[in-house]
Unconditional design. Structure first.
Length: 257
């Protein structure tokens, strides 16, 4: 049995919202215009934000069990519904007006598949999520891990250690390393300054040993941070670059420059 209204269609077993000619949008939970502090405060619990800021400042609580800490982090994030909030905000960043089909570019007959967090295009039949066509498409990581890593790296004073992210997020080192370097690639595209403007390479690397092969990526990160010191939307701007960026395989990231 199907009940049709002006803008909403309810089908048995599946609830779908239609965004048609009147250009109705999904419910907005977080404003696209929010500054970083306000935005992060709406996406994550205060305790999680404080831990992320500690990592961005180069400190990390000593002692304790990494497994227990990760379990506590996940529990807080699940109770706060951070994954859903991150997905909703990413959708509004990508489609500030109306959701558009990445295959046929149609925006007049897009419906939402609520339970799966996806959309269905009534024009071509393509089903897609906000990850499709972005660097996030082939990633199995929850969006909240991408968001937290992006926030930490955009706010950090020096380069972020993949080892610390590994412990914080509860992921393998290779995954943490990939996250860091993929975000650094986005920062390079966003940076208005030149890498050559960073005079002291050792200082730029955060005072630690960095291989010559990967040093340019770290310098791009520092150049981005230097040219965006007064930008209160750094976090959002890097997320936008991640949406627009093409996926880079792990093998390509670790290849010599």
């Amino acid at each position: 049995m199907t009940m049709v209204g002006r803008t909403t269609t309810v089908v048995a077993r599946t609830t779908t919202t239609i965004y048609g000619a009147r250009r109705h949008r999904p419910p907005r939970r977080v404003s696209r215009r929010m500054k970083t502090d306000e935005l992060v405060g709406d996406l994550f619990p205060r305790r999680v934000i404080e831990q992320a800021r500690d990592i961005a400042r180069g400190s990390f609580p000593a002692g304790g069990s990494p497994q227990r800490d990760v379990a506590a982090l996940r529990s807080l994030i699940e109770r706060f519904d951070s994954e859903e909030k991150c997905r909703s905000y990413l959708e509004r960043l990508r489609w500030p007006d109306d959701v558009r089909c990445p295959r046929c570019d149609e925006d007049g007959s897009i419906s939402r598949i609520e339970k799966r967090g996806q959309f269905n295009c009534g024009s071509c039949g393509y089903q897609f999520s906000v990850r499709v066509g972005t660097v996030l498409q082939n990633s199995h990581l929850p969006l909240w891990k991408w968001f937290l890593t992006t926030y930490i790296m955009s706010e950090a004073e020096h380069r972020v250690s993949a080892n610390r992210l590994k412990e914080f997020l509860g992921v393998p080192y290779k995954t943490a390393w990939y996250l860091c370097h993929r975000i650094r690639v986005a920062m390079k595209d966003e940076a208005s300054g030149s890498v050559s403007s960073v005079a002291d390479r050792r200082t730029a690397a955060g005072g630690s040993r960095v291989s010559e092969k990967h040093l340019p990526k770290y310098l791009d990160e520092i150049a981005f941070r230097s040219s965006n010191r007064g930008n209160r939307n750094r976090f959002r701007d890097v997320l936008l670059r991640l949406i627009d960026a093409d996926s880079i395989p792990y093998a390509e990231l670790i290849a010599s420059a």
